[in-house]
Design a protein around this ligand. Structure first.
Ligand code: MF3
Ligand code: CO
Ligand code: CO
Length: 292
């Protein structure tokens, strides 16, 4: 694979716009999601919102993918095709949005989150919150000069100690004018991943965390990936810009993601969900800051 591109400031502005639209689309899904809804209804919401905002939904017709968004409930790991499947109370569902803005000659912004449909089981909470924190820990590693492999090492160390497993067959990826490009970003430790990140690279981190075994299988539709043992799987994804001091989360959200990071038990970190994290913190007395 060719070397990752280093983006210039004008290119970064365009990437940021595509990424912010993808983030806003996820916020919109969080407002509308209900038990009893089909995943096809999520597809229509994402499709219409994307077009109304001057963008094209990257998944639609990508290598033959038939819909505008990936919806992956419960045992579905990723690349779920929206269908007549009904979301029931107690389910979890990952919604993976990629926006191509502008709709012609644009840039791709890629972000996903796992939502709770109604009240979750303890198992659903566990796998979802470990996936949320895994992404946060991966983001914390990103900085000019850090190794790509350090991301997967941090995620695997945490997720396995917490009693879950990390999917291997699907990885994060470079993104920009193309949907999937160099570098590949595994979410498990791989000694071969010793390349150092450079300021100006843009890539995703998108750990898929299983409650049971890490192995997966693909359904006959050629897309849907499920856990081999049918255990629950959860995923979160952000698109990141590497900087000299760390990274910018290009798909960071301007407000709290409903039915996901608004839950009192959600394991928020300050990096990927700045707005939600700030909302959770106790208010600082103004005088204290002045006195310091
Ligand atoms: N958004 C997915 C990712 O994170 C890719 C989906 S490809 C599709 O890389 F064709 F299934 F949409
Ligand atoms: Co992606
Ligand atoms: Co994605």
């Amino acid at each position: 694979m060719s070397n990752p591109e280093i983006l210039t400031p004008p290119m970064i502005d365009k990437m940021r716009a595509a990424c912010q639209l993808a983030a806003d689309t996820l916020l919109m899904v969080g407002e509308k999601l209900r038990a009893g809804m089909t995943t096809n209804e999520i597809d229509v919401l994402v499709h219409d919102y994307t077009l109304a905002n001057g963008a094209y939904p990257s998944p639609l017709n990508y290598k033959g993918f038939p819909k505008s968004v990936c919806t992956s409930p419960n045992e579905v790991v990723c690349h779920g095709i929206p269908s007549k499947r009904v979301l029931n109370e107690g389910d979890i569902v990952n919604v993976d949005v990629t926006s191509y803005l502008p709709a012609k000659h644009g840039w791709h912004g890629d972000t996903s989150a796992t939502f709770y449909v109604g009240e979750p089981s303890e198992d659903a909470k566990k796998v979802t919150e470990i996936a949320r924190r895994s992404l946060e820990l991966g983001i914390a590693v990103v900085k000019d000069g850090a190794r790509i492999g350090d991301i997967g090492a941090a995620i695997q160390e945490y997720a396995e100690k917490a009693g879950c497993s990390v999917v291997r067959e699907y990885v994060g990826h470079g993104i920009g004018r193309e949907f999937h490009t160099a570098p590949q970003v595994p979410h498990y430790f791989d000694a071969k991943q010793n390349k150092r990140m450079k300021a100006g690279w843009v890539f995703t981190i998108e750990p898929m965390i299983n409650l049971g075994d890490w192995r997966t299988e693909e359904l006959a539709d050629g897309w849907t990936v499920i856990t081999k043992d049918r255990s629950l799987s959860a995923q979160f994804e952000h698109t990141l810009l590497v900087t000299r001091t760390g990274c910018e989360v290009l798909t960071s959200r301007r407000s709290v993601l409903r039915q996901s990071e608004d839950k009192p038990w959600s394991a928020l970190g300050p990096l990927s969900t700045a707005a939600a994290f700030a909302a959770q913190q106790p208010a600082q007395p103004a005088t204290e800051a002045a006195a310091g």
